[in-house]
Write a protein that binds this ligand. Structure first.
Ligand SMILES: Cc1ncc(C[n+]2csc(CCOP(=O)(O)OP(=O)(O)O)c2C)c(N)n1
Length: 418
């Protein structure tokens, strides 16, 4: 193999003067080595999975608990509450009390482990399976349930699907609301991260998304923007094996999502997403690197979507139940509970009491939320334009005619102009 010996300049860096064709330096590559071989490059770097808390509930050799006992117990509390709320709210949809629901079952460590390792000023861009992040940041249960009911106290004014949470201003922790179109936040979050960099702020723009969202064209665009401009963005990909009924094997043939970031000069780390210690440590390290080098980082958190995609899905049509129940058994809550129990920080009695309390609270919040008036559908047409455009005025009139014709089906008695 011939080697030119010349280090090539990175994009934008001055090119050396060439004395002969052999000295030619190409812009925009990291390596200048030359070869006469026509071999294709097929394999990249290996992306090992960071694991620090073993399924047995023991820390890997040399690993120390990175958070205080208090923070550990608070994370566990969020994870259990989230799983209890998921069970009851999913049932509430089945009973026809709310129209739609999506669980985070099995993925609790991905959102609470990251949220707990970040700072309150960091700006969150959620996908929709981050209930634990919202709990960690102080979203109260009644607001969660009111959002699921789309009632008058829903912060999104009932304009969205249930579970489309947003953080109330009083929590003092910024977050964009959950939204439906996949991956739209992936290029937007680096925009905010770039503003943080320009202002030299100690803030990170944190973008959660799934493996399915990573299959959207917006995702590489976002990675490229982040890599080229050095935006203070933390990309958090929850790789849970599925995009609704499409398993990851049918979504990509490369090495997951972590490998893609290398092409965009975004350092990445693949992490066991069911291991709260690894998720926490990886996020801390990522945040440190982002602020120190004013650049973006990607974490690929390997996990499993234990529940159906949503209440509109029946996953028994495309996956076998053995796989699902095995994954449920190996979930992050059990693993962390084993650890806390071995450490003498948690007991079966405490676990029972926490679950009973969470259940009682969510049932009570459902009862209270169900008695509230639904959000006014007229609000769908407000806050978008200063002066409503003609098509919006026509759509609003059409909706009002429809509601007037089916008054018995809508809880509109208290609304004016309808
Ligand atoms: C742009 C866009 N395309 C398709 C959909 C329909 N859709 C909703 S969720 C989903 C799967 C997303 O999978 P993933 O990002 O892996 O998240 P997960 O549900 O597994 O947590 C799809 C295809 C959508 N909401 N937006």
């Amino acid at each position: 193999m011939m080697r030119s010996g010349a280090r090539v300049a990175l994009l934008g860096v001055q090119r050396r003067a060439c004395s002969s064709p052999a000295d030619l330096v190409f812009r925009g590559t990291l390596s200048s080595s030359l070869t006469p071989s026509t071999d294709f490059v097929r394999k990249g770097t290996d992306f090992p999975i960071l694991r620090q808390l073993m399924p047995s509930g023991d820390l890997a050799e040399g690993v120390e608990q990175p958070f205080s006992d208090e923070v550990g117990l608070k994370m566990y509390d969020c994870m259990v509450r989230s799983s209890v709320y998921d069970t009851i709210l999913n049932d509430a949809q089945r009973q026809g009390r709310i129209s739609f629901y999506m669980t985070s079952t099995g993925e609790e460590a991905t959102s609470v482990g990251t949220a707990a390792a970040l700072e309150p000023q960091d700006l969150m861009w959620p996908q929709y399976r981050e209930l634990c992040m919202f709990l960690w940041r102080g979203m109260d249960l009644q607001t969660i349930v009111d959002t699921c009911y789309c009632n008058v106290d829903c912060l999104g004014k009932g304009r969205n699907l249930p579970i489309f949470y947003m953080l109330p201003k009083e929590t003092g922790t910024p977050s964009l609301p959950v939204k439906a179109p996949l991956a739209t936040y992936v290029p937007q979050a680096p925009g905010a991260g770039y503003a943080f960099k320009l202002r030299k702020e100690n803030k990170v723009s944190v973008c959660y998304f799934g493996d399915g969202a990573a299959s959207e064209g917006d995702t590489p665009s976002g990675f490229n923007f982040a890599g080229v401009l050095g935006s203070q963005t933390l990309f958090i990909c929850r790789n849970n094996g599925f995009a609704i009924s499409t398993p990851v094997e049918e979504q990509y043939s490369g090495d997951g999502i972590a490998s893609r970031s290398v092409a965009f000069d975004v350092p990445s780390m693949r992490v066991d997403g069911n291991d709260i210690v690894a998720v926490y440590n990886a996020t801390k390290a990522a945040r440190e690197l982002i602020i120190k080098e004013r650049r973006s980082v990607l974490l690929e958190l390997m996990t499993y979507r234990v529940g159906h995609h949503s209440t509109s899905d029946d996953s028994s049509a495309y996956r076998n139940d053995t796989e699902r129940s095995e994954a449920a058994g190996a979930g992050p809550i059990r693993r962390f509970r084993r650890y806390l129990t071995k450490k003498g920080l948690w007991s079966d009695e405490q676990d029972k009491a926490l679950r009973a309390e969470a259940r009682k609270n969510v049932v009570e919040a459902l009862r209270s939320g169900g008695q509230k008036q639904k959000s006014n559908p007229d609000l769908m047409f407000t806050d978008l334009y200063d002066e409503p455009i003609p098509s919006l005025i026509e759509q609003r009139a059409e909706m009002n005619r429809h509601i007037a014709a089916h008054r018995d089906r809508y809880e509109v008695a208290k609304f004016k102009d309808l």
